[in-house]
Write a protein of this length. Sequence first.
Length: 176
Amino acid sequence: MRPINIGLTQEQRQGVIDLLNADLSDFYLLLIKTKKYHWDVVGPQFRSLHQLWEEHYTALTANIDEIAERIRALGGYPVGTAAGFLKLTTLREHPGDLPDAHEMVARLVVDHEQIIRNLRAHIERCDESYNDQGTADFLTGLMGQHEEMAWMLRSFIEGESVENSRVQSETPVATR
């Protein structure tokens, strides 16, 4: 392979590649969970969640490809196996468990927030430890997308709580 001369040492590029492979693994597991919940959700929220999660997994698929391409641009190779993803991910699987719609949303909020925390730390390391402002900027864009996704999911849960409490407050005291 022709030497890469982009102003970063091999060690700096490898450090960034390692961070990106960890992010790739988290995104891939989140994609799997989002698709699974998209397929399995039932109840009155079916249509809205089914559509929201389709939007989310479409964005995640594009982001996964962009992360893998960033890794290649830095001279590395992206993780590409389920075993590799599971080894590097910071997210938790829930095998054999089929939660209700509310719990599906809550679990995805936890996952997006974990990814946001990881991205925030990786942005700092890319900038300060590896002097790679390009990747720091790239990750900042991804973090913004996850902040929006987490906000949408949190709003869904909070809206459900507000609606339930409103119904309870409108119920006459004698029937409570």
